[in-house]
Write a protein that binds this ligand. Sequence first.
Ligand code: AHR
Length: 522
Amino acid sequence: DASIALNADATPVADVPPRLFGSFVEHLGRCVYGGIYEPSHPTADENGFRQDVLDLVKELGVTCVRYPGGNFVSNYNWEDGIGPRENRPMRRDLAWHCTETNEMGIDDFYRWSQKAGTEIMLAVNMGTRGLKAALDELEYVNGAPGTAWADQRVANGIEEPMDIKMWCIGNEMDGPWQVGHMSPEEYAGAVDKVAHAMKLAESGLELVACGSSGAYMPTFGTWEKTVLTKAYENLDFVSCHAYYFDRGHKTRAAASMQDFLASSEDMTKFIATVSDAADQAREANNGTKDIALSFDEWGVWYSDKWNEQEDQWKAEAAQGLHHEPWPKSPHLLEDIYTAADAVVEGSLMITLLKHCDRVRSASRAQLVNVIAPIMAEEHGPAWRQTTFYPFAEAALHARGQAYAPAISSPTIHTEAYGDVPAIDAVVTWDEQARTGLLLAVNRDANTPHTLTIDLSGLPGLPGLGTLALGKAQLLHEDDPYRTNTAEAPEAVTPQPLDIAMNATGTCTATLPAISWISVEFH
Ligand code: AHR
């Protein structure tokens, strides 16, 4: 009852940018300490990096990692994290009310990234700091030996410049919760100066301005327009952040589940609003370049749980019982994901791919323990959450060009977005390697749909002769609330999809209610 087709004249959206499969490591909870770094863990290497976590990071296919925050960065001194560990200071982290030991810093994270095979996207502090700290850090990480900060890096054991290209100039500076938050005009002036000076210091940098913390912010859209218009010449990207969760998860309300499954509607609108603001900024500057979108925080986050925790802390503080001492790497934001959460993340990934002409970078937030696809038990094993699978499939197999196929689908009714198609899908095709991937979701909370797929219009296909099916998978659980746990880490995994493809690239698949599929072909 649904179909997707690539017509012979289908034009690609764009080449799939490797950075679309980025992730995010913040000094928050047990993401760094007890996540990527746990020196007493049986798998820890000489740097204290957990090998079991590194193995899963590679299996996940992560390409680029945003570091070190998030809200954390707005009160962070990067210099605290370099040099001999025993000399590094303890600090209070105002964002998450924790003690930061600084056992990990930029040198350590660089070493970790080398092992993980990932690029770093580095964020600088625009809350308590700004221009000078950003320039010093740039010289420290990327400078050729011969000047003071670069020589300091060499003295700390890293000879070669780290060559970090992509820099986030602050984090969520519109958010009233952010240390040093600013008005749009204040931030526009500040980011313009920092970006300008960084580009004087080094060519080839790709600089990201903070966008809105979410579409719910009162200045969403106007913030982007103000910032990008002022700093257009010096910027390359604007940051986008969007988290989704089933708002009725506590009562398992049917309507909220249906809204949640359609979250990609919001992400699509989000991309359109920010692209429009960037285009207006380009026109106001008579410019030719497009500012790209860096969707550098996205995913499912049950943020209501965090808000409750914060409210509890505030209530304690009001009674003079502030949560002292400030804990070290406590269990924070350790959401355990359901099968439905994985379908939603699969759907959000489809949306990113369908808009990869404009979204040239994205970081699923976060990587380990904190709202993460990878969980790492203290002194115990690391395991995959449900959300691991749709990300890994796209990261490892979406190559070449992305195509938005023509979709005919029954609609579902949502309270948040009105009537929307049940089925969404994207196709990627690497014409040279002759490999392709189809990703599709059934966002219908109640009804299965049979999907007729026609890939016969793929470029170069007539010359190829035939198409053959590769691995095909289905992620679905009759109980959409089913999760993986430390005790049953493989309760929810993709299963083989029952599908057959004929030589011209047509096939039929049944997608149960709340399901995600992937079909590899060549
Ligand atoms: O990822 C968790 C937090 O969400 C980040 O620190 C912040 O940037 C966002 O509000």
